[in-house]
Design a protein around this ligand. Sequence first.
Ligand code: C5P
Length: 334
Amino acid sequence: MAVKRRAGGVALPSFAKVNLGLEVLGTRADGYHELRTLFQTVALHDDVLLEPHPREVSVRCAHPGVPLDGRNLACRAAEGLRRWAGIRQGVTITLVKRIPVAGGLGGGSSNAAAVLMALDRLWRLGLGPSGLHPHARRLGADVPYFLMGGTALGLGRGDEVYPLRRQVRAQVVLAFPGPAVSTAAVFARLDRSLTPREDSHTIFRFISNDSEGASTYSALTNELEEAALQEAPDLADRVKAIRGILIREGAQLALLSGSGSSYFGVFGDAARARRAHRAVRSAGFGAVRSRTLTFDQYRTIWWRSFATLSRARGWVQGREGHHGDHGRQGHPRR
Ligand code: C5P
């Protein structure tokens, strides 16, 4: 979709993630599940275009699978932040989707985090990642991760995020066997067989092992994979075929991402990744070749984007009204 930018419009990348490992330890009192997960940003991204509007917050997107009403996370992110900061100005959000929708790659959550980070700058709220965290976690369990990016540990619902000293640098092949799978349905199915436990070891082993190489990924699993394949039985054969190709072509790790249905392979070198990508496509599956982004790379890309945001015209300078009763979550700097 060609996007025409109007005065004051800014464009930002919004990256996808994969889960290099995901362990489900049990259910929580709030109905969510206690997780240990390894988040990893990949270079595949959507574009998020923001244009100032005198009053309204709205979202546009040509992709038929993206809701354009109050269910849209990017729209809710802008509405929530605007209400909290007491800003009357609106924003028109245009999403150019490349990340598959509902594919376990965090596209919607990433779009919402990009909107939060950009509006924090454009409206000069001065919240930064820690001030935006409560806004992000209200939107969804994966949203806080995208305030940080890179290789990170996710605890709790996945919304307590810690960047890791060990940042993965690797080639990634993402395969899209479709159809979309409902995250809530996958977790509900998992509950039938879940044995709660206190701790997990494979992810902690990965964190404490500093050396690169195939063996460091070997113990990592995605504990949602079995439930996702039971939830979408059509997927099982396709996933088996894709996994077979990725492993045969030398993937160091091949897993379902999140609750699926995207499946990915991690490769140590570009030649193998290229061959695997070609093989997955020749077998009739949609696929893209990408690479990981480290915490520093993610931050640098954002800092560059911030420089363009600070030059954008037509945006209000700071808050116009009151916070209501949300003051405890951090105050916009004046
Ligand atoms: O937070 P988010 O809306 O992305 O989560 C989607 C669904 O996934 C939740 O409604 C919940 O059913 C399930 N979920 C969970 N435990 C988590 C994260 C998500 O049960 N830690």
